[in-house]
Design a protein around this ligand. Structure first.
Ligand SMILES: CCCCCCCCCC/C=C\C/C=C/C(=O)SCCNC(=O)CCNC(=O)[C@H](O)C(C)(C)COP(=O)(O)OP(=O)(O)OC[C@H]1O[C@@H](n2cnc3c(N)ncnc32)[C@H](O)[C@@H]1OP(=O)(O)O
Ligand SMILES: Cc1cc2nc3c(=O)[nH]c(=O)nc-3n(C[C@H](O)[C@H](O)[C@H](O)COP(=O)(O)OP(=O)(O)OC[C@H]3O[C@@H](n4cnc5c(N)ncnc54)[C@H](O)[C@@H]3O)c2cc1C
Length: 558
């Protein structure tokens, strides 16, 4: 959970080689990396820039006389800063640098760079490398910094699957300007399942504990109740159980799409890139945000013991919440999706709705109302309505500002809060749709019934959460919202008997969870006492600090 120094080797270094190095280059590097003869990381972010890749300052200047690239970090803000595994573990890195050939700046490109000696592991001449220090979490990973002092690498270390620099400095462009961003798109495609997994771990702990913990009464005179029987506790936890499933289903789809993209790109077809970039930008942002919220609620649902490290939920939170920042800060990525949504609106306005991709076709179709009692399909129409409403509203705001003479970037900035709202609603529609489709495909009828309950819970919870938008234009009435509330409470109660099975079905071992509260055997109190006794402070009855600080104070006559 705290991370692993080699995580980025598997998650980004190898995938960057697979996607961006040529077959010939990979004959040299890939097998060695897979066998871990060389250990690598993905070094892109700098001290001064992470989000705005076009402003990366590390340069790779081609020297035609020696057929080498000269890597250089001209100032302090150009230092690579943050890459996982860079500080101490890696001896190689995929380095993203601004490529300069014949004095022409050609933008960010990826290079394979040796950082340390393969035998001694000492950093090579011209390289400054180290660890960036402790973080909120993930402290088993050595996130690092890296500087280059006119450090030379062979021309052939530019990853050349999609673009090339010939020995004479002739540049061969890639088929898509952003193809070098593929390692990021891959991780974003995997993040929904990864984050769903973090959320699932926290929920397993909180739900199990909530069946052990007894506190207070629902009906007087009986035994104190398991806290999971409180409606408020169910409302805190069960919608997140539904989300953990929903994120996993959505993630399976984006992983499949990324794999399809890789195959298509190899045949020269880059048409899926814009769609997948928009989709994963939004999904990554919504899922990480909601996961962090869900984990924090799970912690609070464990009361005081949730605050103890014995619950382990704080560590899960620390790791998961990093996802709101890495692979593209959430606001920045929501705005990437918003570009795509605004473009779609512009297409519709230009009478080109037929050209819209399947995920945005609904933006062109107006629905007047829904009959929620008819079931989930009607909820989908309601989600489409609120997303369409907000997307048009935000786009119109932006387009109006443009028309009034504002510069594009200024008009964009003035519309950006509304645009991010549209991106979130669009993504929540996508999550609900994939959840619905995935549940429909389940073959086992008993499993399907339970998952259908979770789906119902999800759509009612979500609709209530975004109700302001639907009430604003009278699309939903207040009596329809009362119906949604009733349904929500109905499904909380219906899910209660299956709650423990739903979390147990994720099959986390005690070793994975590392939680005293969430242990499978349910012996929470005995294990908490044993855990506390093992605290380093309890090794001795009287601490040395008593002699040193407390006694002089306690004996003082002042
Ligand atoms: C097995 C895997 C398991 C994974 C589980 C997870 C566990 C992971 C544990 C590891 C932990 C941490 C790892 C972290 C790693 C990192 O953080 S690596 C660094 C990540 N950095 C970022 O994400 C930077 C974010 N910034 C960007 O991506 C770009 O700067 C940004 C996209 C914001 C903008 O790029 P620009 O080049 O400036 O482009 P712009 O002008 O805005 O847009 C022009 C145009 O291009 C389109 N575009 C942009 N990106 C892409 C893309 N990737 N694909 C396709 N198209 C793209 C954009 O939409 C615009 O199109 P338009 O038509 O003109 O609107
Ligand atoms: C745990 C962790 C692991 C990481 N691992 C790696 C790694 O392996 N390799 C690597 O290269 N990097 C890595 N990073 C770096 C990470 O990718 C960046 O931190 C991330 O992309 C955000 O960039 P930034 O730090 O420049 O944030 P900033 O862009 O400085 O963000 C600060 C604020 O500015 C806002 N902002 C910035 N630009 C805009 C805009 N255009 N419009 C509106 N608001 C904006 C943001 O929303 C945010 O609120 C890691 C980071 C973390 C936390």
């Amino acid at each position: 959970m705290e991370g692993h120094p080699l995580a980025l080797h598997d998650v980004m270094f190898i995938p960057a080689l697979v996607a961006q190095a040529s077959d010939e280059q990979n004959k040299k590097w890939l097998r060695r990396a897979q066998r871990r003869e060389i250990v690598g990381c993905y070094a892109q972010t700098e001290l001064g820039h992470g989000s705005n890749l076009r402003k990366l300052e590390t340069t790779a200047t081609y020297d035609v006389s020696t057929q080498e690239f000269v890597l250089h970090t001209p100032q302090i803000t150009s230092l690579k800063w943050w890459p996982g595994g860079l500080g101490k573990s890696s001896n190689y890195a995929v380095v993203v640098a601004n490529m300069i050939v014949k004095e022409k700046h050609l933008g960010p490109h990826s290079f394979l760079v040796q950082l340390r000696d393969e035998i001694t592991h000492q950093s090579l001449k011209g390289i400054t490398v180290g660890d960036i220090g402790p973080k909120l979490s993930f402290n088993a990973i050595d996130n690092g910094f890296l500087g280059f002092d006119n450090y030379r690498i062979p021309r052939t270390n530019l990853l050349m699957r999609h673009s090339r620099v010939e020995p004479d400095g002739t540049y061969v462009k890639p088929p898509h300007a952003k193809i070098n961003y593929s390692a990021m798109v891959r991780v974003r495609s995997h993040m929904a399942t990864g984050q769903g997994n973090f959320l699932a771990q926290a929920l397993t702990i909180a739900v199990r504990y909530s069946t052990v913990r007894r506190q207070g009464f629902i009906e007087s005179g009986e035994q104190e109740v398991k806290v999971l029987d409180y409606q408020t506790q169910q409302h805190r936890l069960f919608p997140s159980i539904a989300k953990a499933y929903a994120f996993t289903f959505a993630g399976y789809e984006t992983i499949r799409l990324y794999e399809q993209l890789l195959k298509e790109v190899d045949t020269g077809n880059v048409s899926l890139m814009a769609d997948l970039h928009a989709l994963t930008s939004g999904l990554k942002s919504v899922v990480t945000h909601q996961t962090a919220q869900g984990i924090e609620q799970a912690r609070m649902a464990c009361g005081g013991h949730g605050y103890s490290q014995a619950s382990y939920i704080s560590e899960i939170f620390g790791v998961a919440v990093g996802g709101c920042t890495y692979e593209g800060e959430n606001m920045v990525m929501l705005l990437q999706l918003a570009r795509y949504l605004v473009k779609s609106v512009e297409q519709i306005k230009a009478g080109e709705s037929g050209k819209l991709g399947p995920l945005v076709a609904y933006l062109a179709v107006k629905v007047d109302g829904v009959d929620l009692e008819k079931g989930v399909e009607e909820y989908m129409k309601a989600f489409q309505h609120v997303s369409r409403l907000q997307t048009w509203k935000a786009s119109e705001k932006f387009l109006k500002l443009l028309k009034s003479g504002e510069k594009r970037e200024v008009a964009w900035n003035k519309s950006s809060v509304e645009l991010t709202r549209a991106s979130r609603l669009h993504t929540r529609l996508y999550i609900a749709e994939t959840f619905k489709r995935s549940v429909q495909e389940v073959a086992d009828p008993r499993l399907k019934e339970v998952l259908t309950d979770l789906l119902h819970l999800h759509v009612n919870y979500e609709l209530l959460d975004m109700a302001t938008y639907a009430l604003e234009d009278g699309f939903l009435s207040s009596s329809q919202l009362d119906y949604v509330r009733d349904q929500l409470y109905f499904y909380l109660a219906k899910i209660r008997p299956n709650a423990v099975s739903l979390v147990d079905s994720w099959e986390f071992s005690d070793m994975q969870l590392r939680s005293v509260l969430g242990r499978r055997d349910g012996n929470v109190y005995e294990n908490l006492v044993a855990w506390a006794k093992a605290s380093p402070l309890n090794k001795t009855d009287v601490l040395p600090s008593v002699e040193k600080y407390l006694k002089p104070m306690m004996n003082s006559k002042l």
